[in-house]
Design a protein around this ligand. Structure first.
Ligand code: C2E
Ligand code: MG
Ligand code: MG
Ligand code: MG
Length: 287
């Protein structure tokens, strides 16, 4: 058995090494991929529990690679951060979201869209200046999602840049809350209006003894600090029901909708708008 364990460890190491040796190569392709139009955004609705309507959407980047097929951000974001291409990638994402949002607006749907911003960019004054120039005075309704770890790395500079976003009316959500080490009291110093509880606490919500306590106290504390709370990773009607009782403001997850391409998202939004005329009680329960 020990030999088997050791073999497994070796295999794990090999695959890890293989991953690491392939990723830089993959990331070197990013500028070409952007120019060739291989990247695209998907949108996942965040639904307001009490109002039973779409409050906003999260934009998630995807890479349709010519030989490897669909690549999810988990495979290239951190490598892009390391390679210094995350700034160009993120600016592309923001511009694409502005473009797609204009199409939503032309169809009559004015939906704020939140873009994920890497922590490394929160320390990059040039990036922040470029983004502010892009968004200031524009009618785009863009928000940002940032992880707590991003802020801990250099709190002073992050705080300064987040304040710049707040000053031009860009809302900020704290993403993956609870997955890192920061306290909510500490994060409260940030000009953030939304707290997203990490999906690790939500997917097990109704099968764990511990998670409901954590989630409920986080919701209460965030409310006391005047933040809206979003639960990500809502996968079951039972989780949705419990979150609703706990007073969670927004829900996001496969139960409500998977992330969808622009046109599929628009179709989802239109369907929801028609359902509003004859509401049925709960957010759209389908995948
Ligand atoms: P995140 O911002 O926390 O996004 C949530 C992730 O959970 C997404 O994975 C989403 O598809 C997935 N998800 C949504 N609902 C459910 C659910 O009910 N159950 C489960 N198990 N998962 C769910 P995705 O798209 O693979 O993105 C992973 C991470 O990559 C994101 O985590 C975000 O940190 C990063 N990312 C995505 N797009 C961008 C981007 O444009 N720029 C940057 N810098 N990072 C991005
Ligand atoms: Mg996010
Ligand atoms: Mg998240
Ligand atoms: Mg996450």
């Amino acid at each position: 058995d020990q030999a088997r364990e050791e073999n497994r460890a070796v295999l794990l190491d090999l695959s890890r090494e293989e991953l690491q040796s392939h990723r830089p190569a993959l990331v070197r392709e990013l500028p070409r991929a952007i120019a060739a139009g291989e990247l695209f955004m998907q949108y996942q609705p965040k639904v307001h529990v009490r109002r039973q309507e779409i409050a906003s959407a999260e934009a998630l980047v995807r890479w349709d690679h010519p030989t490897r097929g669909l690549i999810l951000p988990g495979e290239f974001i951190s490598a892009a951060e390391a390679a210094g291409s995350i700034c160009a990638l993120t600016l592309w994402c923001i511009k694409q979201v502005i473009h797609d949002q204009r199409i939503f607006a032309e169809r009559g749907y004015d939906i704020p869209v939140f873009v994920n911003i890497s922590g490394v960019l929160l320390a990059d004054s040039e990036f922040v200046a470029q983004v502010c120039a892009l968004l200031e005075g524009s009618s785009a309704k863009i928000g940002f999602e940032i992880t707590e770890t991003a802020v801990i790395r250099d709190p002073a500079i992050a705080l300064k840049h987040l304040q710049q976003f707040a000053d031009i009316g860009v809302p900020v959500a704290i993403d993956d809350y609870g997955a890192g080490l920061s306290s909510l009291a500490y994060l409260k110093q940030l000009p953030a209006s939304e707290l997203k509880i990490d999906k690790m606490f939500i997917t097990q919500l109704t099968s764990s003894n511990r998670d409901p306590l954590i989630v409920r106290s986080t919701i209460d504390l965030a409310h006391a600090m005047e933040m809206e709370v979003t639960a990500e990773g809502v996968e079951t009607p039972a989780a949705l029901a419990l979150l609703s009782v706990m007073g969670c403001d927004l829900v996001q997850g496969y139960l409500i909708s998977r992330p969808l391409g622009r046109d599929a998202f628009l179709a989802y939004v239109e369907e929801e708008a028609h359902r509003k005329i004859a509401p049925v009680g709960l957010p759209n329960l389908r995948n």
